[in-house]
Unconditional design. Structure first.
Length: 234
């Protein structure tokens, strides 16, 4: 007998009802443990903000693999701050190193069908919730095997001040590999995407929002969607 899909269709519907009544423009997508994508307004495009740094990480590690070398201190000086503390200068250095064409290849390989390049400005890359859920679900397969452990360590160890949203709800039941992005002053934009793993279950979730009244409101929306998908809503 086949195991039920996680999260269940009922929980996805509850999350859809919740997000539909939140202020601003919202979307979320779940790539479930059978690799099917569901959610709310899943193909609508949003600016990525710093979530795209998770894609830059993959592109950079692929570049190092093509050069047939191990990661050195210079590489870590770019990748660690870019992911751990969402350092923007480090992201710009990463994009300069790999080129936007490498980022585009990551998007193609992840079947991100709504992706639009940012024209050299990484924060204004356009993505959908479906794109990011699909990317995070398959991220391990996109990374050269010798660097996958390093990527998992980075994406699961983001600093505490930026570990709101999905990890705040899902831990410790799940291991959470994630990246957030935000432009609250410019667009009222608060985004987060993650892959959640526990024995026998793996799924990915992306929640995107713009025109949020505040950063806190956007974070609460992400936590609200996650709580409903995990059956933890009060």
């Amino acid at each position: 007998m086949q195991a039920p899909v996680y999260p269940s269709a009922k929980r996805v519907r509850v999350a859809e009802h919740y997000i539909a009544h939140r202020a601003g423009r919202k979307a979320f997508a779940v790539d479930d443990d059978r690799d099917d994508v569901h959610g709310f307004d899943i193909h609508s495009r949003f600016h990525s903000a710093s979530v795209v740094k998770s894609m830059l990480l993959v592109a950079y590690l692929r570049m190092v693999a093509r050069q047939h070398r191990l990661l050195d201190d210079g590489d870590r000086d770019v990748l660690y701050p870019m992911i751990h503390s969402s350092d923007n200068d480090a992201a710009t250095r990463a994009l300069d190193a790999v080129g936007e064409s490498a980022l585009n290849r990551v998007a193609r390989d992840a079947h991100m069908t709504n992706y639009v390049p940012g024209g050299g400005t990484w924060g204004f890359t356009e993505v959908s919730a479906a794109d990011l859920a699909r990317f995070f679900y398959h991220q391990d397969k996109l990374i050269p095997r010798r660097y996958d452990g390093y990527a998992r360590w980075l994406l699961s160890g983001i600093e505490a001040d930026e570990s709101w949203g999905i990890p705040a709800v899902a831990r410790p039941e799940f291991s959470v590999f994630f990246k957030g992005g935000w432009l609250p002053e410019i667009e009222g934009l608060v985004n987060q995407a993650a892959r959640l793993e526990r024995p026998g279950i793996k799924f990915a979730l992306a929640v995107l929002s713009t025109h949020d009244p505040s950063m806190d409101y956007g974070e609460q929306t992400i936590e609200g969607v996650t709580a409903r998908l995990l059956g933890r809503a009060r």
